[in-house]
Write a protein that binds this ligand. Structure first.
Ligand code: KG4
Ligand code: ZN
Length: 342
């Protein structure tokens, strides 16, 4: 029997301090997440300086908890994987420095991981049968990409947002209708009691770029609608606004993904990123995929939003392909998605 490969993974690109131990890229032995949401929600969004400081306070504790929960010592680990971009530079630096220190002290290889590659790889944890090639819709707070996953570590971005990311639109609309941060889950909750056909918000498409997205128009339409109500002295039905906005975003995400799958002949679509935990999106995507005989994959909500287990999964495939980082590994806030043809 082949020896197991254990990856000790660290993630600190935004507002979660996270560490995990992952076996053979697919089995999670521990997945510790310390969220800073309670602090950032006081300010209506992530404050980068506070995020870095909170990561520094928590990182050592989170990393040792991940090892102890997995019942392994750093000596048993094959490599240390860490997110080195994209993300907030100060936040990334904390994880990168801590991972480097741990790897250097234990004489273990270091593997720098792309955050989006992590989100995509979260699907490998939940779906043991999923292997590339497949189409992946990456929808997070900072990114909205349609990605062809050709092989492990080989990506081609065929569509991207021209302005706001899908999660960003949820967060901004949440603020506009008086819900706090983070907006996505709150909009989803409020939408449950609303009528999704009550208000028509625009579905943007870009001429000549059928897989690209634009969410700033729908966001502005919601803001205009709210202002219009205010000026007329009407109390807007916030649940209807939330449901109608959510429907507009979902319609675009689903139609673009299905169009790309058909055009590129994919019978597998995976969802990834924080917005992939949206239940209405999952439902709409499932329905559309069933109609087209496409298999749909998505991670459970805890693996959709930022976590280190997904970095462990991606790090494993990077590691077995021989990818190593030097001790000069640095945080790269605008890191491009690995060996990818755009
Ligand atoms: O992937 P993620 O945790 O962090 C980034 O890499 O950006 O995604 C966070 C984003 C936030 O914008 C959040 O509002 C959104 O994902 N989100 C959701 C839901 N849960 C999180 N959006 C819609 N519905 C949800 N249930
Ligand atoms: Zn993320």
């Amino acid at each position: 029997m082949e020896k197991d490969t254990l990856i000790f993974a660290v993630e600190s690109s935004c507002d979660e301090t996270a560490a995990a131990v992952v076996k053979n890229g697919r089995t999670v032995l521990s997945n510790i997440i310390s969220s800073q949401i309670d602090i950032h929600k006081l300010y209506g969004g992530v404050v980068p300086e506070i995020a870095s400081r909170k990561h520094m306070e928590k990182i050592n504790q989170v990393m040792s908890e991940a090892l102890s929960e997995a019942e392994v010592s750093i000596r048993d680990i094959d490599a240390v994987a860490v997110t080195y971009g994209p993300g907030l530079v100060g936040a990334l630096l904390v994880g990168v420095s801590a991972a480097k220190a741990a790897a250097f002290a234990a004489k273990k290889p270091l593997v720098g991981v792309h955050h989006i590659e992590g989100h995509i790889s979260a699907n490998y944890i939940e779906h043991k049968d999923l292997e590339p090639p497949f189409l992946c819709l990456v929808i997070s707070g900072g990114h909205t990409h349609l990605v062809i996953v050709r092989d492990y570590g080989e990506y081609k971005i065929i569509g991207r947002t021209r302005d706001d990311a899908a999660g960003e639109a949820f967060d901004k609309v949440a603020r506009a209708i008086g819900l706090g941060y983070p907006g996505g889950p709150k909009v989803q909750k409020m939408a449950e009691s609303g009528n999704e056909d009550a208000i028509f918000f625009p579905r943007a498409s870009i001429e000549g770029a059928p897989y690209d997205f634009s969410f700033s128009g729908v966001k502005s339409a919601v803001l205009n609608y709210m202002n219009g109500c205010r000026m007329k002295g009407i109390e807007p039905d916030r649940a209807d606004v939330a449901a109608s906005f959510q429907k507009a975003v979902i319609d675009v995400l689903v139609s673009h993904a299905i169009l790309a799958a058909e055009e590129y002949h994919f019978d597998k679509i995976a969802l990834a990123g924080g917005v992939a935990s949206n239940t209405a999106l999952r439902f709409a995507m499932k329905k559309a995929c069933e109609e087209k005989n496409i298999r749909l994959y998505y991670p459970s909500p805890v693996l959709c939003t930022d976590n280190a287990a997904m970095i462990g999964a991606a790090g494993y495939y990077d590691f077995i392909r021989g990818q190593r980082s030097g001790w000069d590994l640095n945080a790269v806030p605008n890191l491009k998605l690995g060996k990818c043809a755009e």
